[in-house]
Ligand binder design. Structure first.
Ligand code: NOJ
Length: 752
């Protein structure tokens, strides 16, 4: 077997080389028989469908026109310049129905074959109506939240002339320093897959030609979340088993859900940049998964093969990316520049060009662009509708996680006489949208409702004061005295601290993940007053907040909650909404613990405080501050009555129902997320100590109970090995059911 990172040149019929990472392993897989991920047949990419209109066009197109379809540009000027030569497939990041129609007119009326352009945009968690950031949506443990965002976003964006969104992002990550953790669903592949599928369905519906739907884009393919040190774009060196068990599952699920497009990622994967990685794009995505849509590069991702050191120049870069499986080039222009020459030099083939063109034209056909290239400008959505705002507010409430609530201090009484809001995020607007705020923050966009305004609306009888105390990342503490004075004068203080929107997202890695600036000291200053207070966190990543945990009576994780943020936070603070979110990612005690994640493998020496020679730090307690799946409620729940429908599961065709009863044992209605984890204690590849394989969020009235059941099949107990082969091995499987990854209710069954 060749080592990961080695290349092999696989000769195709035309004698053209196709770079394939791990080609040696591919060969081994080919011999792997039943269950092998890359079977001999699947190692060849699945061919896109044959559509008569596409075939007729292909027959008429010159090589130059074909290469033009592979080009995507990101500005109006670049679009006009490319259209002048008739060589353009799509445009992204240009917004406004009239502008887009004008560009479309040039393509449809001014080019020889009248092929319409596809218009893309990063509609990540909203277009005019911003929903909570995707990490927050992960915390809802409710795919319907992701579905609601996608449905509203698709309607608004399509009516603005956009056809294609660069979402959902589904990069699983163990790296809270990485700013793009905000854009995904956190550290678990099962949760990420469920949320991704809900988004794909929400954007695409049953028919992407519908005037309310978009083509989705599963990104970033793949393992982008493995960036070393959490530094964006950084190297990823990953075992095959981890690639297939951790990073690929959401993509596989999205392809199964019919996602129209996939975006390649900026990182290397075991030495081969994704944009030139034939193993992941060709063999896995288009081969084993049978993906029939098209792959778009990320921004200049093809050109970046030069700086990565995979290609010597632009021609080399194109010669690596197209055969590897990148169909459309974003921003850089190496396909259109060098494609004809590479074809003449037999470094790429006509089939490879045709395959890419076919895939792109098919998506345009499915979008209905040949029948309806223009959007109705009168129907453009320029501001959130009341229904969209209500959906965003409801979603935000479902995403919030109550981390701590001693006393309990929360919920606050609506009859409270006075509230002091402290912290500069208390009056923040656009920061509440977090990264990728749809149409952005400029004129004509709708600013989010501030926390102060949300509290004023929720407690109209109260005197609400506001004192910043400090800025988010400054060092000036001179405002603390005024903040303390305000806290002393009020019945309760709400301290709003966290991160600005720019502190997470792309190219926003942080080397520490503490509360920035002097915000932690601000909380301590409020504590000094001895008056009741609660902390609201606004942030795009897990933060290290042990000091807050020690001092604050209550902590509400609100994330970047979107356009209705202030109202949604007040809904939870005053109990109109009982929080039911759970952490989709572990909160470390200190940044030095990173990577820390619940689904880790055991060592031969698991942490034991009584034994020095175990896997731990000398200077820090083991484990996270808050574990994956953690989240409190204003009521209490009991989960018991764990039952398995059988004690044995045949490895082929087996099935076991796991059920448990959840009872609301408190005095008010609330939500609980019943979570099912599995552990395979003995396997040929050591398995995570726990793996989430089921969850259900239930709403129960006080005193009410419900039985929740999950169906397990061999797919839930199996795993990929280091030859990327899916294995279901005989032996014991332990089941844990509870309300976090620390669940203790347990049973087991045997795979036979
Ligand atoms: C770069 C980002 O990595 C990607 O997520 C985004 O879709 C593109 N830019 C286009 O804006």
């Amino acid at each position: 077997m060749e080592q990961p990172g080695s290349h092999d040149a696989t000769a195709t019929a035309e004698g053209v080389n196709r770079r394939s990472l791990l080609a040696g392993v591919g060969g081994l897989l080919a011999a792997g028989g039943a269950g092998a991920l890359v079977s001999p047949a699947a190692a060849e990419a699945v061919r896109p469908e044959r559509d008569p209109r596409v075939e007729a066009l292909l027959a008429k197109m010159t090589v130059e026109e074909k290469l033009g379809q592979l080009q995507l540009v990101g500005t109006e000027d670049a679009a006009r310049a490319a259209l002048a030569t008739g060589r353009l497939g799509g445009v992204f990041s240009v917004v406004g129905a009239a502008k887009l129609n004008a560009l479309q007119r040039v393509a449809v009326e001014g080019t020889r074959l009248r092929i319409p352009l596809i218009f893309g945009l990063d509609v990540i968690h909203g277009y005019t109506t911003n929903f909570p950031i995707p990490l927050a949506q992960g915390a809802s443990f409710d795919p319907a939240v992701a579905g609601a965002d996608a449905t509203v976003s698709a309607r608004e964006a399509r009516r603005g002339g956009i056809h294609w969104t660069y979402a959902p992002m589904m990069d699983v990550t163990h790296e809270p320093r990485w700013g793009r953790i905000a854009e995904g669903s956190g550290e678990d592949p099962f949760l990420a897959a469920r949320m991704a599928v809900a988004k794909v369905r929400g954007y695409q519906g049953d028919d992407i030609a519908s005037p309310d739907r978009l083509a989705a884009c599963a990104k970033h393919f793949v393992a982008y979340g493995g960036a070393e040190g959490g530094r964006d774009y950084n190297t990823v060196d990953v075992s095959l088993q981890r690639l297939h068990n951790l990073y690929l599952p959401p993509f596989k699920a999205s392809v199964e859900a019919g996602v129209a497009t996939v975006m390649a990622s900026f990182n290397t994967i075991s030495g081969v940049p994704a944009h030139g990685n034939g193993y992941v794009l060709h063999d896995v995505l288009k081969g084993a998964y049978g993906f029939r849509g098209f792959v778009v590069s990320d921004y200049t991702g093809v050109e970046e093969l030069i700086l990565h050191g995979l290609a010597g120049d632009g021609a080399d870069a194109a010669a690596a990316a197209l055969p590897a499986g990148v169909d459309m080039e974003m921003v850089s222009t190496n396909y259109v520049r060098y494609g004809a020459r590479l074809l003449a030099e037999r470094r790429i083939t006509r089939e490879q060009i045709d395959d890419a063109v076919r895939r792109i034209l098919l998506v345009k056909v499915k979008l209905g662009l040949f029948e309806r290239p223009y959007v109705d400008e009168a129907g453009e959505v320029k501001a959130p509708s009341p229904a969209a705002l209500a959906a965003s507010r409801q979603a935000a409430g479902r995403c919030m996680v109550l981390l701590k609530n001693d006393g309990p201090v929360l919920p606050l009484a609506k009859s409270v006489g006075s509230v002091a809001v402290v912290g500069s995020l208390g009056t923040a607007t656009y920061d509440l949208n977090g990264t990728w705020a749809g149409l952005g923050t400029g004129a004509g966009t709708t600013p989010p409702v501030t926390v102060v305004d949300g509290i004023k609306a929720a407690a109209p009888g109260a005197t609400v004061t506001y004192t910043a105390g400090c800025t988010v990342d400054g060092t000036d503490t001179s405002g603390f005295a005024a903040a303390q004075q305000a806290a002393r004068a009020a019945e309760v203080t709400v301290v709003v601290v966290g991160e600005t929107a720019a502190m997470s997202g792309e190219a926003a890695a942080r080397s520490t993940i503490d509360l920035p600036g002097v915000q932690e000291q601000l909380v301590a200053a409020i504590e000094e007053t001895g008056k009741p207070f609660v902390v609201v966190l606004v942030n795009g990543r897990p933060l290290t907040i042990p000091a807050l945990h020690d001092t604050a009576p209550a902590i509400l994780e609100a994330w970047a909650p979107g356009v209705q943020g202030g109202h949604a936070i007040a809904d939870v603070l005053f109990g109109a909404v009982n929080p039911g979110g759970k952490l989709p990612v572990s909160f470390p005690r200190a940044v030095g613990q990173v990577p820390i994640y619940y689904n880790h493998e055991n060592t031969g020496r698991p942490a034991d405080p009584a034994n020095k020679y175990t896997s731990k730090y000398l200077d820090l307690a083991s484990g996270p501050l808050y574990e994956f799946g953690h989240g409190l409620s204003y009521t209490t729940f009991r989960i018991d009555g764990l039952r398995l429908s059988a004690t044995r599961m045949p490895a082929r065709g087996g099935r076991i129902e796991v059920s448990a009863r959840v009872t609301n044992t408190g005095a008010r209605a609330g939500d609980e997320v019943v979570q099912l984890y599995l552990r395979d204690p003995v396997a040929s590849i050591v398995q995570p100590v726990r793996r989430l394989r089921g969850f259900e969020r239930v709403t129960l009235a006080a005193g009410a109970a419900k039985t929740v059941s999950f169906t397990l099949t061999p797919e839930d107990v199996g795993f990929y090995d280091n030859a990327a082969k899916f294995r279901v091995e005989p032996g014991e499987i332990q089941v844990y059911v509870g309300n976090s990854s620390a669940a203790t209710l347990t049973a087991s069954f045997t795979v036979t």
